[in-house]
Design a protein around this ligand. Structure first.
Ligand SMILES: NC(=O)c1ccc[n+]([C@@H]2O[C@H](COP(=O)([O-])OP(=O)(O)OC[C@H]3O[C@@H](n4cnc5c(N)ncnc54)[C@H](O)[C@@H]3O)[C@@H](O)[C@H]2O)c1
Ligand SMILES: O=C(O)[C@H](O)CO
Length: 321
């Protein structure tokens, strides 16, 4: 690279577990400083003198861009960019590039795994066995939790890009019919149903769109009430798309067949979260791990190297905002 940019990776421990080849990223910059984690109050200081900031989930806000005049490029080590103030970046002349399609097999299999776990009541049967119920049963099997066949059922989808498309293909392989919903703030399309028409029809709903001002809390108490009483809800996109308290209340009331989420509004959920209460039935929570295979994380390294090379060659790649 002809320029000699200085780069700072603010949360590299969220990407590299020691199992990645990080050499290409080191070679992409004259100097690359790795911080395992960075608190919000450390961001501006750590980025002083850097032209490139690398962040997976560390927020970069307007104050940071104002305090770091040498910053030219943000490489997001993820697809979701809701931790970056894109308007402020643009106002300060900073280009933001994300990673796209790096983890499609990982996130799609995780989403289907959650749907299958809800349909087969996997966590409930595992709990039963751990509690010794099968061992004491009067017949060869336990069938205390109703099992749902996916074949012939309808999957509703909000967000039909890279991940939504992959999940739709897997669901169709299970014999499901896929219906697409109209996202708030997006232009109407003939092949998208408004939410109030989509929700009452679906046996499961899965979310695959970005979190932004239009999509925040797009599934609240009103939308949950429109869903069939035994429908499943799955979120592997972003916390904040679903009103968490409304979902907890809905499941406690016995509405919905179950819900599964890989994402919460605050991560890690240090201050607690309505969806972490132990008494919520038919709820599966995974710790934002859908993307996390070694293969997917290594592809992020490769895409960030390409994004940096493209930017400094005057042909930026995967620009967002
Ligand atoms: N849980 C995980 O590990 C994990 C991993 C990767 C991505 N994600 C989340 O999944 C989301 C979807 O990922 P993807 O790769 O399918 O993204 P994508 O850009 O390929 O698809 C996004 C979909 O949302 C729609 N959309 C609505 N509003 C939009 C907007 N303002 N900007 C862009 N698209 C908009 C697009 O039309 C498209 O249908 C990401 O934004 C991210 O938040 C989660
Ligand atoms: O947006 C993404 O790519 C995932 O949340 C992993 O960071």
């Amino acid at each position: 690279m002809s320029n000699s940019p200085r780069a700072v990776f603010l949360d590299h421990a969220s990407l590299d577990l020691g199992d990645l080849d990080m050499q290409p990223l080191h070679q992409a910059f004259a100097e690359l400083t790795l911080h395992a984690h960075t608190r919000p109050d450390q961001v501006a200081e750590r980025l002083q003198g850097a032209q490139v900031a690398i962040s997976n989930k560390v927020p970069l806000d307007a104050a940071t861009f104002a305090a770091c005049p040498e910053l030219k490029l943000v490489l997001v080590a993820a697809t979701g960019t809701n931790n970056i103030d894109l308007k402020a970046a643009s106002a300060h002349g900073v280009t933001v590039c994300n990673c796209q399609g790096y983890g499609t097999p990982s996130v799609a299999q995780h989403t289907l795994m959650l749907l299958l776990a809800l349909a087969t009541r996997l966590p409930d049967y595992q709990r039963d066995i751990a509690a010794g119920r099968w061992q004491k049963a009067s017949q060869f099997c336990l069938l205390d939790h109703p099992i749902v066949e996916l074949e012939g059922k309808t999957l509703g989808m909000l967000g039909h890009g890279e991940l939504g498309g992959a999940v739709a293909r897997l669901a169709e392989a299970f014999g499901m019919r896929v219906l697409l919903g109209q996202l708030p703030g997006r232009p109407a399309r003939a092949d998208r149903l408004p939410l109030h028409e989509l929700l009452p029809q679906v046996d499961a709903l899965t979310l695959h769109c970005p979190l932004n001002e239009q999509t925040r809390n797009m599934i609240g108490a009103k939308e949950l009430a429109l869903m069939k009483p035994r429908a499943f809800l799955i979120n592997t996109a972003r916390g904040g798309l679903i009103d968490e308290q409304a979902l907890a209340d809905t499941l406690r009331r016995g509405h919905l067949g179950g819900a599964a989420t890989d994402v919460l509004l605050q991560e890690p959920p240090k201050d607690g979260n309505p969806l972490l209460a132990a008494d919520i039935p038919r709820l599966i929570v995974t710790p934002h791990s859908a993307w996390g295979s070694q293969e997917a994380r290594q592809r992020i390294v490769g895409q960030m190297v390409d994004n940096a090379a493209g930017f400094f060659a005057g042909a930026p790649l995967r620009v967002v905002g």
